[in-house]
Design a protein around this ligand. Structure first.
Ligand code: NAP
Ligand code: GDD
Length: 450
């Protein structure tokens, strides 16, 4: 029988990636969303449209009774607890709610599993974080934090997550539950909320390129983060729950980069070279060619306490789980800027088929010169291939994009492995598709695979 998984926080960045991954592995996926969402609610419809294979359940991490009811109803084989107040800056503004949701909410989910008598059968994943390390006691500067490094959280969010981390370990030790924590370093991508710095930058860069925005305002541009791609990290979450015993694992890239570097690379993707002038709040990032100020500092985005530098050591996960990130830093930045250029140009994501299980996502864009007939023909053809390739879900980045060459790329995240991607790439269906598309568009595949 197919395994079932319940994802809390399914509407967030990781929830979407994880749902697609589990679905591609044949799971029955349930997702917790909150609010009074009738099925006619636009937000519900958007989620349903994005993840037609998910059965949504209304629940809130603050409400133990409804969580118990949910567990009794779903009886999931695996629970991925991703729901949280997850914005570090916001957690200073609403520390009590953060403690309730991000901290005590974890206990509510664990208790709901236990009170439903599922503690021996249901595996539990807790979304722990590198924010628990805090960046101060940087005891392993060369290799980064690992599972044995000391914790020193620097925000209400980090403190709440530490409670979630320890209560998960406590339930493992007290009740023999398969309760495991992934200590994840920052992971980003096209699904990242715009309140987080990477997406704020990639969106602003796209908007500046399209003439929709003049400059971006940021806080501390000197902090450094270990940034990976979210699609790679959900694969690690899944592997953590498939391991032969419950354990905790760091997922990270092992590299760290400053916000400054992220900005420079993001602007380089649209052909702008940034130079920095001035100091502190007066510092600006300037386009070297035109002299235009594109980055300003606004102290509004400073935090009462900062985590200056985070680097993770993923060697345990690499050795024990065989997990490794695939998308590197330059490709991550490029992927996000490309996505936001498409999104901000108003032409992204017309879903052209919703049939069948999600196997892979194909993005494609047409040459700006493609005619309506060419477009229709391509769409018809893609639909057919979608059916043939076990219901591939196809996304159309439409021809109105005028800022880059036509390109097809296949996002690696929803493939089980690079091998399965390669298999598809070499398959007859793909060859057919490629031959056709090469007539009407310049294209390349797997742009973001290393
Ligand atoms: P995210 O985009 O902020 O998603 C969090 C989700 O939690 C949102 O969909 C939100 O629902 C939901 N939520 C908030 N309060 C809730 C409540 N009271 N009851 C039920 N759901 C609630 O976060 P993410 O980036 O996907 O991260 C997933 C998890 O990993 C989070 O726990 C985060 O703290 C942790 N984490 C993330 C990273 C990272 O770099 N992304 C790194 C380490 C750990 P609404 O959509 O309704 O607001
Ligand atoms: N959000 C934001 N907005 N951050 C800014 C800005 C800005 O305008 N300007 C500078 N920063 C700096 C922050 O001060 C921080 O040092 C860094 O950019 C990263 O901020 P975020 O992108 O908000 O992420 P985070 O590292 O604080 O937290 C994220 O990663 C954690 C894992 O380490 C979140 O996803 C957490 O939920 C996650 O646990």
């Amino acid at each position: 029988m197919a395994k079932s998984a319940l994802i809390t926080g399914i509407a967030g960045q990781d929830g979407g990636h994880l749902a697609a991954l589990l679905h591609s592995k044949g799971y029955k996926v349930y997702g917790v969303i909150r609010g009074q969402m009738e099925t006619s609610h636009p937000r519900y419809q958007k989620l349903k449209n994005e993840m037609p294979y998910v059965e949504f359940v209304m629940a809130d991490l603050l409400d133990l009774a409804v969580l118990v009811r949910t567990m009794q109803l779903v009886k999931p084989d695996e629970v991925y607890n991703l729901a949280a107040i997850s914005h570090v800056g916001y957690s200073f503004k609403d520390p009590i709610l953060t403690a309730d949701v991000t901290g005590k909410g974890v206990l509510n989910v664990l208790e709901a599993i236990r009170l439903s008598g599922l503690e021996k059968t249901t595996r539990f994943y807790q979304a722990s974080t590198s924010e628990m390390f805090g960046g101060l006691d940087y005891n392993r500067p060369d290799v980064g934090y690992n599972e044995d490094s000391p914790f020193h959280p620097r925000s209400p969010y980090g403190v709440a997550k530490l409670f979630g981390h320890w209560i998960t370990r406590n339930y493992r030790e007290s009740y023999g539950m398969f309760a495991a924590c992934g200590i994840l370093f920052n992971h980003e991508g096209e699904r990242r909320g715009p309140e987080f710095v990477t997406r704020k930058i990639s969106k602003a860069v796209a908007r500046i390129k399209l003439g929709k925005q003049e400059y971006i305002e940021l806080g501390n541009v000197d902090s450094k983060r270990d940034w990976g791609y979210a699609g790679d990290y959900v694969e690690g979450m899944w592997r953590i729950l498939q391991h032969n015993k419950p354990d905790d694992f760091v997922l990270a890239t092992g590299e760290t980069h400053s916000i400054r570097e992220f900005c420079e690379l993001a602007f380089a993707n649209i052909g702008i070279d940034i130079k920095w002038h001035g100091k502190g709040e007066k510092e600006v990032g300037v386009d070297t060619k035109t002299g235009t100020t594109l980055i300003k500092i606004n102290p509004e985005f400073y935090r009462p306490a900062e985590v200056d530098v985070l680097t993770g050591d993923p060697s345990k996960a690499e050795k024990v789980l065989g997990w490794k990130r695939k998308v590197n830093f330059p490709n991550l930045v490029k992927l996000m800027v490309d996505h936001d250029l498409a999104e901000e140009s108003g032409s992204l994501y017309t879903d052209i088929t919703d049939e069948g299980p999600l196997r892979h996502i194909v993005f494609f864009s047409m040459k700006t010169s493609a005619s309506d007939e060419e477009m229709d023909e391509a769409i018809g053809r893609l639909k057919k291939i979608g059916k043939k390739t076990n219901g591939a879900r196809l996304w159309n980045v439409s021809k109105s994009m005028d800022f880059r060459k036509g390109r097809i790329f296949i996002q690696n995240t929803v493939f089980d492995s690079v091998d399965s991607f390669e298999k598809y790439r070499n398959s007859k269906d793909h060859a057919d598709f490629a031959q056709y598309m090469s007539k009407i568009a310049d294209w390349s595949t797997g742009d973001y695979l290393e």
